[in-house]
Design a protein around this ligand. Structure first.
Ligand SMILES: Nc1ncnc2c1ncn2[C@@H]1O[C@H](COP(=O)(O)OP(=O)(O)OP(=O)(O)O)[C@@H](O)[C@H]1O
Length: 269
């Protein structure tokens, strides 16, 4: 495998949840080194796509390749692959009775045999990378929302994964904290040689740091291209999403998924 190979490749992937198809025929490639924004309205299937990238949700059809290998079916191989994927989940997921440093140390304790002094040093380096070395001994409740998010980011980076996935990293943050977090995502991506996939509906905060944008709506990828091309897209679906209009080709309650654009006669009545 050369480094020119995409770090993520999906080919004709279908993803089902609760017996219903959420995403149809998804094909995409994520080149190494990029920050890719996966955008879409609430309920469009962003988290479902993310679950396929981490192997949590097997594809109902098609092929998912991550870090140059097909998504393993066997649990042990899957766990090994997941060590190469840093995931920052919605919210912080920090353990409240552990300090910031102890939270960041968790993956290192769980997945490496490293002695404590080495783990302590690595934790300090990770906290330094997110600009928070000074709060190593603080508990999550003593941190602002933005700082807690950065600690969660440091924890996701703990095992030096080549691929970072962020699920709604800006939820609950004010505009300033959002700007800090997104600038950090970009800086860490470039300085540590990562690839980053940011799953979000925060378009305007995310596009400025993204190299590539994908928009999901009505069960499919409706746009894939540069942030500039996204802003200029004449597609009514894309425009509705960018403007946040309740009326248009994306149903207001898009939880109905792929078929939601065409309500049943009962729903329409
Ligand atoms: N475990 C599940 N079982 C059944 N249906 C599910 C499950 N998880 C998600 N869904 C459905 O799949 C669709 C897509 O949900 P998903 O969470 O992927 O969307 P999303 O774009 O991430 O939404 P949000 O931005 O609100 O987080 C929704 O219709 C949702 O109700």
């Amino acid at each position: 495998m050369t480094n020119d190979n995409p770090i993520v490749r999906l080919d004709g992937v279908r993803l089902d949840r609760g017996g219903r198809t959420v995403l149809h025929d998804i094909s995409l490639e994520v080149p190494r080194g990029q920050v890719v924004a996966v955008l879409g309205p609430s309920g469009s299937g962003k988290s479902t796509l993310l679950a396929a990238l981490t192997g949590e949700l097997p594809a109902a059809a098609g092929r998912v390749e991550v870090l140059g290998q097909a998504m393993p079916e066997r649990q042990r191989e899957l766990l090994e692959l997941r060590k190469g994927i840093g995931v920052m989940l919605q919210g912080n997921g920090l353990l409240t009775d552990l300090t910031a440093a102890e939270n960041v140390a968790l993956p290192l304790r769980a997945h490496t045999p490293l002695p404590k002094p080495v783990i302590d040093r690595l934790v300090r380096m990770k906290l330094h990378a997110v600009g928070l070395r000074a709060v190593a001994d603080a508990f999550p409740r003593e941190l602002s929302g933005g700082m807690a998010r950065r600690v969660a980011l440091a924890r996701a980076l703990a095992l030096d994964p080549p691929l970072m996935i962020y699920d709604e990293p800006l939820t609950g943050l004010d505009p300033i904290a959002s700007g800090v977090v997104m600038a950090l995502v970009r800086r860490l991506n470039d300085t540590l040689g990562l690839t980053s996939i940011v799953v979000t509906h925060h378009v305007h905060e995310t596009l400025p740091v993204a190299d590539h944008a994908i928009v999901i709506a009505n069960g499919r990828i409706v746009f894939s291209g540069s942030p500039d091309a996204l802003s200029a897209s004449p597609d009514p679906l894309v425009q509705q999403f960018l403007r946040g209009d309740p009326d248009g080709p994306i149903p207001f309650d898009s939880r109905g998924g792929f078929n939601a654009a065409a309500p049943t006669a009962e729903e329409a009545a």
